[in-house]
Design a protein around this ligand. Structure first.
Ligand SMILES: Cc1cc2nc3c(=O)[nH]c(=O)nc-3n(C[C@H](O)[C@H](O)[C@H](O)COP(=O)(O)O)c2cc1C
Length: 383
């Protein structure tokens, strides 16, 4: 196929309510585990600068906790106070000045809170972390069931606490709007709080928040309603789901289709289709899906086809042609990359070249593009 003569979908702008992304590459949220007291610092500025300059249409800032105790680690970003919101203003400006839709993921870690940073062990905080003054804190979940044998046992949330969480998600959304974000993604995946309400493996409540699928979805839908209520009509709302637990008697793809329909009717615009995370990686309970290129695309495809909601594909998408094919096949509306963007923050710009959309570096910032164009001409003469 002659890519040079073809209009691509990957680099066709997409309208999401009143917001237009210049292309369909989304940088997936990536916790940096480097915040102090939930606040960003120079590392975050460096990280987001690189991603914002990389050419994606949308960059989603890392999972930011709506409550202090909802952080995965001591290094997570927070959005639980106005001061935390204010600290993100420079990031919004950075993204916007690069032509990127400024986006943020909001969430609560639930029973996967009070963890070590990945490079400190990636397990629950224990005595070995005391030297860094990082003591474990009390964690919460729908039921008093730990993520795995070696994990902290969470306290089952009271209905009053559930109502407070709903309020706090809504307050976080209002803050994100006030500081200028144009897109929110709610983190409903990877074994964190919202996901644990959905999955029958982690939710064994006997009240109206547990039991039937309808009851297990209730908290998530209340959160979505609270967020949508405080989030302007013209701004898009994404929801990241673990499409399957990948475990016997767990949350499955048919459940996700039902949930997606409910989310759509409550004003969610895009379902970001991830998977897994309900149990510890070492646990035999939930192995998750076998990994391979685009291994979660079938989730995005089924949800999109069966509900008509827009979907975002994520997971082991590393090549421009692969990304374009996913869109052309009608499996997803947006392509999200994470680790590939750490490996090469300019991935979207290289993808545009690979697909023949940007032949002469004309879409690069002129400070780089001017030089790269001339270098390419010089190299062509040599070869
Ligand atoms: C460093 C790092 C941090 C991550 N943090 C988050 C996060 O904050 N929220 C989230 O939903 N997923 C998070 N993820 C998962 C990614 O967003 C993405 O779904 C996953 O890495 C698969 O995509 P990939 O194969 O392109 O890396 C993180 C992944 C990495 C590598």
């Amino acid at each position: 196929m002659d890519r040079n003569s073809m209009a691509t979908l990957l680099f066709t702008p997409i309208e999401l309510r009143g917001v237009t992304a210049s292309n369909r590459v989304v940088i997936s949220p990536m916790c940096q585990y480097s915040a102090v007291d939930g606040l960003p610092n120079q590392w975050h500025y460096q990280h987001i600068s690189a991603l914002a300059a990389g050419g994606a249409g949308i960059v989603i800032m890392e999972a930011s906790a709506v409550q202090q105790q909802g952080r995965i680690t001591y290094g997570d970003l927070g959005i639980w106070s106005d001061a935390h919101g204010d600290a993100l203003v420079p990031y919004v400006e950075l993204m916007r000045s690069n032509g990127v839709v400024p986006a943020i993921q909001i969430g609560h870690a639930g029973r996967k809170a009070s963890m070590q940073r990945p490079w400190h062990g990636n397990g629950p905080l224990d005595g070995s972390d005391a030297a860094r003054n990082e003591l474990p804190w009390d964690i919460v979940a729908p039921s008093a069931l730990p993520t795995g044998d070696e994990f902290l046992v969470p306290q089952a949330l009271t209905v009053e606490q559930i109502k407070q969480l709903v309020v706090d998600f809504g307050a976080a959304a209002a803050r994100c709007d006030r500081v200028g974000f144009d897109l929110i993604e709610i983190h409903g995946a990877h074994g964190y709080l919202l996901h644990t309400f959905l999955s029958p493996l982690s939710n064994q409540r006997e009240d109206r928040y547990g039991g039937s699928l309808e009851n297990r979805m209730r908290f998530v839908l209340e959160v979505v309603e609270a967020v949508r209520h405080n989030w302007p009509e013209h701004k898009p709302l994404f929801f990241r789901v673990s499409g399957v637990d990948g475990a016997e008697n767990g949350w499955d793809l048919d459940d996700s289709v039902v949930l997606a329909g409910e989310l759509k009717s409550r004003g969610v615009d895009v379902i970001d289709c991830s998977s897994g995370g309900i149990a510890a990686a070492s646990s035999p309970v939930a192995k998750g899906l076998p990994r391979g290129p685009g291994f979660q695309v079938p989730i995005a495809s089924k949800i999109r086809r069966e509900t008509g909601v827009m979907t975002q594909a994520v997971g082991m998408i590393t090549d421009a042609a692969q990304a374009e094919e996913i869109l052309q096949a009608g499996d997803a509306d947006l392509i999200s990359i994470a680790r590939e963007a750490l490996h090469n923050p300019f991935w979207p710009r290289h993808a545009a070249q690979q697909l023949g959309v940007d032949k002469d570096f004309e879409q690069w910032p002129e400070q780089a593009g001017w030089w790269l164009q001339r270098r390419a001409m010089a190299m062509a003469k040599i070869s």
